[in-house]
Every structure is written in structure tokens, then in C-alpha cells.
Design a protein around this ligand. Sequence first.
Ligand code: PBG
Length: 330
Amino acid sequence: MSTTYGTFPGSRPRRLRTTPAMRRMVAEHRLHPSDLILPAFVREGAAEPVPISAMPGVVQHTRDTLRKAAVEALEAGVAGIMLFGVPEEAKKDGLGTAGTDPDGILQVAIRDVKAEVGDELVIMSDLCLDEYTDHGHCGVLDADGRVDNDATLERYAEMAQVQADAGVHVVGPSGMMDGQVGVVRDALDQTGHEDVSILAYTAKYASAFYGPFREAVGSSLQGDRKTYQQDPANLRESMRELELDLAEGADMVMVKPALPYLDVLAKVAESVDVPVAAYQISGEYAMVEAAAANGWIDRDRAIMETLTGIKRAGANMILTYWATEVARQL
Ligand code: PBG
């Protein structure tokens, strides 16, 4: 293959970029509304939605506005909704009891959304204790104040059951305890919920980009999660987590955060035959919104570019706080 004819380039990739129609025709990846999942927060006892200052445009919903948000997402063509409960401060304790109360806020929210949209939207729930513990960790603590893996698994088993009883389609164990997928699968199967799927948080890194999420769920975490979430330096470790989650019964796997971990996402996506999700988290959202608010970047283009990059890296599903807005534009 010659690359030049005399002084002319023999190959001109620019020909396929000449018009919007040409670029559209040759695009290798396209976002579709059904790629998108909307994460949503619901606050117990709220009479009005409460804005989250670090996530402009995102709120802690009331039960009522959550139902409306679910309907709007559905009408825009979004595939699913991932629910997070924000309990009353007084209900937090060391064990995260509100997380396993059948009338806890997340279970109430699951029932509300199910009553509103039925099976039209895939209803998912965060299966983790940090929203419900007074210390803010994703598990229960031992006598030395360390997160106790196996005691936490017992709590997750109970959580899986109450969330499934409430009618959720998919649970998302996100606490990064060893063995969590297997324990949750067993708990679901033993309680007649064999059709409830597990979206495993397979590669979940100890990230600075979760910052705004702490405000979103009113978490009072002291310290960090580095003894259970992964070190950003590691890629091979994610392959090990992936093997374990698949062996334990994960139906779908997720990489989180998205943008700083596109290499992990690409490697996971080429290694598995189950659907792969990526979570564009709170700090990724905040970063774009903040730069755009300062006039430093073009907000809409930046949003589409990040989502297209995540899709190109191999995600079948993307959790993003922009899900409804983007789905409407597509
Ligand atoms: C755990 C959980 C977190 C997020 C989703 N599930 C917080 C954490 O692990 O520290 C973060 C989501 C986001 O930042 O948007 N319950």
C-alpha cells in the first residue's frame, strides 16, 4: 500500500470526516437511551426535594418526586434506575439497621417505583450499608474498629432479601466485601428470589471522585475505604475480582468509577461474556458541571464525549446522573 503519490498523500482519512452526515455514517459507536441507567437518591421524610450542592441539578428526592423522576426516565427511554436510600439521621446505627428494615426508606422507594412503572423500567438497588451506618462504613465494625468482612456478609444477605421482597429486579452489592456476590446469590435463592439479578460492583476503586456522593447520601464517613475498595494502581487485581464475581454468580459486572478506569473497563469487557456496566460517578459529574459553570468547557459536548468514551471502552450499560437529559437528546 503506497502512502504517497508524488507529493500527494495516498491515504486521506479526512475524506470520511467532511460532513456531519458522513461522520454519522462512519461512527463506530452510538449511544442509545437504553444504554443508560439513572442513579437516584430518595430522602426519608423529605417534604421537598433537597438540592445536592456538589452535584448541581441532582437532588435528594421525596417519595413523590422520585416517582416522577422514574416516569420521566422511562418516557425518555432510559433502561433502568438505581436507587439509593437516605435515612433519617436518627435511624443510623452501628449495624445499619435501617438498611434491613422492610419499611426502611430504600425498600419503600423500591415499592413506590415498582407501583409507578412496574416492569417497564429495570429497578435496581444499592446493596451496601454505608447509607445506614452512623460511622459511614460499608460494613459493620469489629472490636478494633475495622470493617468485619464476614459479619458484614450476614447483613448483606438480609439486605438482599428485603430489597427483593420489595420488588427490585436487580441488586447491586457495592461494599467490596470478599464473598459478597455468593452470599447475596444464596440469600436470594433461599428466599424464593431466584429471578432477581446481581449487578456486581466487580472493580470498585477507592476513589477521590466519590466525594459529592457523601453529601448526596448524608454520609458521615471518617477515614477512608482503602482496606476494602481497590488501589487505583492496580489493574490485574480487577481480573481476580472479576473471576471471583463470575464464579459466585454475578449476572452482570461493573467497573467504577468510569473515566479514570477506562483501561480496566476495556479489559473487563474483552474478557467476559456477561453484560458490562460502568458507573460515571458523582465526582465525574461534578467535574464537568463545575468546569462548564465557569465557562471553561462546553457542557453538552463534554457530557456526550465522556459517555461516548465509556461506550467505546466497552460498556453495555452506563450509570450516569445525566441519563434522562441525555436520553431525551438522543
Ligand atoms: C456505596 C456506593 C458509593 C457509590 C455508589 N455506591 C460510595 C462509595 O463506595 O464510597 C458512589 C456513587 C457516586 O459517587 O456517584 N454505597
